[in-house]
Write a protein that binds this ligand. Structure first.
Ligand SMILES: Cc1ncc(COP(=O)(O)O)c(C=O)c1O
Length: 436
């Protein structure tokens, strides 16, 4: 299919792409993918350290996923949510079995942002007399009208959509490399969390829930210090506030454990998942504690929500993850990358901080280690120029805006591929270091 395509038709098509969506920023027309490698329409290969928006944890085009979806497509591609299907019930069983703690009531939809909206609605249903959500600076919840308020909007977006952001209050995050309260951990006694407590005690607007990623990804690859999530949990319990963990990126092994809450030993009341669950097919959803009141009928219903093709893909993906021990592999490969990167940090001053764990690696670039002035331009140049060398890195925030480079490849990345990624990274980091 598409073998005889005329490049002029593609250029013609490009003209119709609406701006505002992220699309069209990279010079690659993707043709295929296998494992950790993407191939473009000219046959050039790239090791993809973005796992295509962190969805291909088990690798691209896994044969088991392809087999499962092909079988399903040949039967039926769409079934209304009012009906049950075998993939739906089996996916529920498999996800239910690994769902952490008693987060055993599960819903489906097709996008992480929609899952987060469902979580917000569920929280309102359970705390109906309250009005505000809290989410930390740099948090990312999605791009729908409600979730954008819990994301990291910078001034133009804040202004445009401010009318829809009034239900969110942003709280200082536990970003120890750049503490927003100017403190040093652990001497600070987790002042950022205590500040939240004071806000709740003294503020006049009752809080429905705190929503946050247990490890902040899009906003800058920020892991929290020991004790922070636990303290938030305690504060939530004290004030009857629900805790929502957005595990859309951290779920399904990215941190080297199946879910972030298990790694940190802190469990939310509501957890959202998405991205990697279905091996590259769209699927997301909510897990809620069984003790919570369920959503009111018809408050959370979407035409394609129980898409049987994605559900079949999810079953295969979870089987592959278990059989190929991929969560353990994410941990091992994460340690491999991180220890090599720490070695590079000793050589290149521009590497300010290296964060993990697992294959959730963020490298914060700075012009000066003392002042920590952000090297956003350098980060963007490394990402752009490495493409020529066949490696795709991620960058935090919109292109050119963030100074954190991301290495988050599929877990099946080989040692040889990891070495190549590090070789390309060093080539470009050296170039940027020399320019300072
Ligand atoms: C942590 C987190 N939450 C929510 C979303 C939104 O998911 P989606 O783009 O599928 O709507 C993303 C997407 O990048 C994410 O990383």
């Amino acid at each position: 299919m598409f073998e005889d395509v005329d490049p002029k038709d593609l250029e013609e098509g490009r003209k119709y792409l609406m701006s505002g969506s992220v699309g069209g920023g990279l010079p690659i027309i993707v043709e295929s993918g296998k494992g950790a490698v993407l191939k473009d329409s000219n046959g050039k290969e790239y090791i993809d350290c973005t796992s295509q928006a962190w969805t291909f944890n088990i690798g691209m085009s896994h044969p088991r996923v392809i087999e499962a979806v092909t079988e399903q497509i040949n039967k039926i591609t769409h079934v209304r949510t009012s009906f049950e299907t075998v993939p739906k019930l089996l996916a529920l069983k498999k996800i239910g079995e690994i769902a952490p703690a008693d987060l055993k009531k599960i819903s489906f939809c097709l996008h992480g942002s929609v899952a987060n909206e469902s979580a917000l609605k569920l929280a309102i249903t359970n705390n109906p007399d309250r009005v505000k959500f809290l989410s930390p600076f740099e948090n990312y919840s999605g791009r729908t009208l409600a979730t954008i308020a819990g994301s990291w909007p910078y001034p133009p977006i804040c202004k445009l959509f401010s009318g829809f952001m009034e239900h969110f209050i942003r709280i200082p995050n536990a970003y120890c490399y750049r503490c927003p309260l100017g403190q040093d951990y652990p001497k600070c006694g987790l002042l950022c969390a205590e500040y939240v407590k004071t806000m709740i005690e003294r503020g006049c607007e009752p809080v429905i829930a705190i929503i946050l990623e247990p490890f902040q990804s899009s906003g800058g690859m920020i892991g929290f210090p020991d004790g922070y999530l636990k303290r938030l949990r305690e504060i939530c319990d004290e004030f009857g506030i629900l805790l929502i963990f957005d595990e859309i990126q951290t779920g399904f092994g990215r941190l080297g454990s199946m879910f972030g809450c298990e790694l940190y030993g802190v469990y939310p009341d509501i957890l959202t998942y998405g991205k990697a669950i279905a091996g590259g097919f769209p699927l997301a959803g909510v897990m809620q504690r069984t003790s919570l009141k369920p959503p009111e009928p018809a408050t959370d219903s979407f035409t394609f929500a129980h898409f049987p093709v994605s559900l079949a893909a999810a079953i295969a993906t979870l089987d592959v993850m278990k059989e190929e021990k991929l969560v353990e592999r994410a941990k091992v490969m994460g340690e491999y990358f991180t220890s090599r990167l720490k070695g590079l940090q000793n050589k290149y001053e521009i590497i300010g901080d290296i964060r993990g764990p697992g294959l959730m690696i963020g490298i914060e670039l700075v012009k000066d280690r003392k002042t920590k002035e952000k090297a956003s331009g350098a980060c963007h140049s490394i990402v752009t120029e490495s493409i020529e060398d066949g490696v795709i890195f991620g960058e935090s925030k919109f292109k050119g805006l963030g100074n954190v480079l991301k290495i988050k490849p599929p877990f099946v990345i080989s040692e040889a591929q990891a070495d190549r990624v590090l070789e390309v990274f060093e080539k470009h980091i050296k170039k940027q270091q020399d320019k300072l």
